[in-house]
Design a protein around this ligand. Structure first.
Ligand SMILES: *Cc1c(COP(=O)(O)O)cnc(C)c1O
Length: 400
């Protein structure tokens, strides 16, 4: 089993996000949770090559993993960290969300011991009720940052709670509270860096203003929250596939899987796939989901287990051990989108991609930049390069 990760689709989605955001708005690509299961290091490197301005993560471990892999772009921890993680963040030029006066004082003490200023983004809680200072306390913090010799305000942010972004009244209320801080802060000259609030839902519902930067996550991976139906010209980045490892014909009446929740109504050809709920196929899809085999849609039968899932492939002509089954992605004319799988499993798309487990090998496809960004080559060298590229791409293909 493996996950195909299409870097060209990522580039396409980032360009689409750029168009929606407009030319003067920066893109902070959110790559928390291992880039929503796509592999943060590869995604971050390619996104930086595609021109994103910064990367957003959740934990210091995620930030340090990216720095360790050679990412030099700004990295912002969107949430907060524990006291003992601070010095690692400072030493690795990781920007952090600031949420309280206590933290500000602590950061100042740490920062005074190093030469470079510590860059922080003040996070304001305008209605999410999770992290961030309440608006009433925000100005006081902004003034303290301004007075500090060691801290530099790199941004002011808030996070929108409504899954349907700009279409929700609560979003307007959140923005009004945000403005109650931004207005006075502007007139006191306290604002430096980027003001940012929009996630994918806000961006794709046309929220305005977008301020200085947007923070898309899920849309960059070609998936949209279910509240935002419609064609948005995003390309799915992830496909999840496995080869059939076993085939057998069960007589009518035989049962399949834990608790025998599925029984054969006819003589049934059952295919076993070596992937289960540890690998991104939700347990809740038992007896309710689909896979594509030889371009045909076939039902998942019985309970999905940790390492295995079974398909009814009776109607697939010529099916063989080794055939590829697609659980997420395209096969021929048909496609199973993350959104569809999530709906069938009664969960949100985010949970699906994030749960593609560690043992699923990620295979990165594409990722060549458009020619204008490549160094100039003589025509004959370019032709030779083309050959190598094709070769290396096929070398990446899993063995079938
Ligand atoms: C996860 C996250 C985002 C990205 O949200 P999407 O819905 O994936 O676009 C943006 N901002 C913050 C603070 C986040 O935690």
């Amino acid at each position: 089993m493996w996950a195909d990760v299409d870097l060209d689709a990522l580039a396409h989605n980032l360009a689409r996000i750029g168009e929606l955001a407009g030319p003067n708005v920066r893109r902070i690509l959110v790559v928390k949770a291992d880039a929503y299961g796509h592999g943060a290091v590869a995604i971050a490197h390619h996104a930086v090559r595609c021109g994103v301005d910064a990367l957003g993560v959740s934990t210091s471990g995620e930030a340090l993993e990216l720095r360790g892999s050679g990412v030099r772009a700004p990295i912002l921890i969107l949430g907060t960290v524990l006291e003992e993680e601070l010095s690692d963040c400072l030493q690795n030029d990781v920007q952090i969300g600031l949420h309280s006066m206590d933290r500000l004082r602590r950061l100042e003490r740490l920062a005074s011991r190093q030469r470079a200023p510590v860059r922080v983004h003040l996070k304001i809680d305008t209605g999410m009720g999770r992290l961030g200072v309440l608006p009433e306390r925000a100005l006081e913090l902004l003034r303290a940052i301004r007075q500090s010799r060691h801290l530099e305000l790199a941004g002011v942010m808030t996070h929108i709670a409504a899954a349907d972004g700009a279409r929700s009244d609560s979003t307007r209320a959140q923005l009004a509270r945000f403005e109650q801080v931004l207005g006075p802060a502007r007139s006191e000259g306290l604002l430096t860096g980027w003001v940012h609030c929009a996630n994918s839902a806000c961006l794709f519902t046309g929220l305005r203003p977008l301020y200085d930067a947007v923070r898309p996550g899920i849309s960059a991976y070609g998936v949209l929250p279910p509240e935002l139906p419609g064609a948005h010209d995003l390309e799915p980045v992830l496909a999840l596939r496995a080869q059939i490892v076993y085939l057998k014909d069960l007589p009518s009446g035989e049962r399949v899987g834990y608790d025998g929740t599925w029984a054969a109504q006819r003589r049934t050809r059952v295919a076993t796939l070596p992937l289960g709920y540890n690998d991104g196929l939700p347990w809740r899809i038992s007896n309710a989901g689909w896979a594509l085999v030889r371009g045909r849609r076939v039902p998942i039968i019985g309970r999905v287990s940790m390492d295995y899932a079974m398909l009814d492939v009776t109607d697939v002509r010529g099916v063989r051990v080794g055939d590829v089954a697609t659980l997420i992605g395209r096969d021929g004319a048909d496609e199973i989108r993350v959104e569809e799988l999530a709906r069938a499993a009664g969960t949100i798309p985010y949970e699906i991609t994030c749960s593609v487990g560690k043992r699923v090998r990620r295979i990165y496809r594409g990722g060549e930049l458009p020619p204008r960004e490549l160094p100039r080559l003589a025509p004959e060298r370019r032709a030779a390069e083309g050959t190598t590229r094709r070769l290396s791409e096929s070398a990446l293909r899993p063995m079938l």
